[in-house]
Design a protein around this ligand. Structure first.
Ligand code: NAD
Length: 291
């Protein structure tokens, strides 16, 4: 049965490395990275994410700035806040928690963020730099997925990879990263014909679909590495406090066939915030020391 890729432990290692570097820079220069997180409205899932981002930011020795705006805030006011954060020298990273309320144009807000502070990596300039292969801030979940794959494979040369899902925040950037690291990449999506056959051809499978257990064990090539980005909550069962969390891969089936696989929870999830902190440190170094 497959090796379980321990995202929790790998994320903890990454946070420890970041904390040590932050402490070292502080001792040498007195400077401290700062991350600003903007939350519009009070979506419960977003509240949880923003809370853990702030906690982990402080835990690695960075400054955390939280900005909460009401759900009906005019777009102009949010854009004005982004402009202030762009100009604030204590702020190295800016993250506007998505989704935004429907009356706000999300693209306009993302494009208003200084690309040098865009630690989510969603700004078109950073997405474009990734495409071209220039150094850039890479979106956190794709970057986390890459780091997990690199814990299994030194190099992807000669390996075929299938990314299921083509969203701008996961599927597309994951595919770009795999390509950059020499995998032979296929992107599958809702209009793909015979998805099982496409997945069966792959040495590396990254599932970012948002459909509970869509990818079955019998689709997986023996020995393949499986990264499950999906986070889906199943309907609540009688007597349970909450529905169970499952990925986009049928784990119990796939674990018998795969060579290595990420669990849900405890796989990609913990890597996302760790990579956000990594990006904040990278943005801080580039802005303040030109590194
Ligand atoms: P999305 O809805 O934006 O994109 C889903 C993609 O899957 C689309 O490109 C669509 O074409 C494809 N798709 C849909 N149905 C399909 C099918 N039946 N067969 C093949 N492809 C199909 O979703 P997203 O934002 O990319 O997120 C995907 C999943 O990853 C979600 O479960 C989300 O919760 C999770 N996620 C996790 C993290 C994290 O771990 N921190 C971060 C972001 C997203």
């Amino acid at each position: 049965s497959a090796k379980i890729i321990d995202g929790k432990a790998i994320a903890e290692n990454l946070r420890n490395t970041i904390a040590a570097e932050v402490a070292d820079i502080a001792a040498r220069t007195g400077a401290q990275p700062g991350l600003a997180v903007v939350l519009v409205g009070n979506d419960p899932a977003s509240e949880v994410y923003v809370g853990s981002k702030a906690r982990q930011t402080v835990a690695v020795g960075m400054r955390s700035f939280e900005h909460r705006l009401p759900a009906d805030v005019p777009e102009a006011e949010l854009l004005a806040l982004v402009a202030r954060l762009n100009a604030d020298d204590a702020v190295d990273g800016i993250l506007v928690q998505l989704p935004l309320p429907a009356h706000i144009n999300t693209d306009r807000v993302i494009e208003a963020i200084d690309p040098a502070k865009d630690v989510d990596g969603f700004h078109p300039v950073n997405a474009g730099r990734l495409l071209i292969g220039l150094p850039t801030l890479v979106a956190c979940t794709p970057l986390g997925s890459l780091l997990l794959l690199q814990s299994v494979h030194q190099d992807f040369s000669g390996l075929s990879a299938v990314v299921v899902g083509r969203s701008n925040i996961v599927g597309k950037p994951v595919a770009q990263l795999l390509l950059q690291h020499n995998a032979t990449v296929t992107i599958a999506h809702s209009r793909t014909r015979d998805l099982p056959a496409v997945v069966r051809a792959a040495d590396i499978v990254v599932a970012a679909v948002g459909r509970p257990e869509l990818v079955r064990g019998e689709w997986i090539k023996s020995g393949a590495t499986v990264i499950d980005v999906g986070i889906n909550r199943l309907p609540q069962e009688p007597g349970a406090a909450k529905g169970r969390l499952v990925g986009d891969v049928a784990f119990d089936e796939a674990v018998k066939v795969a060579g290595a696989i990420t669990p849900v929870p405890g796989g990609v999830g913990p890597m996302t915030i760790a990579c956000l902190l990594r990006n904040t440190l990278q943005a801080f170094r580039a802005r303040r020391f030109g590194e």
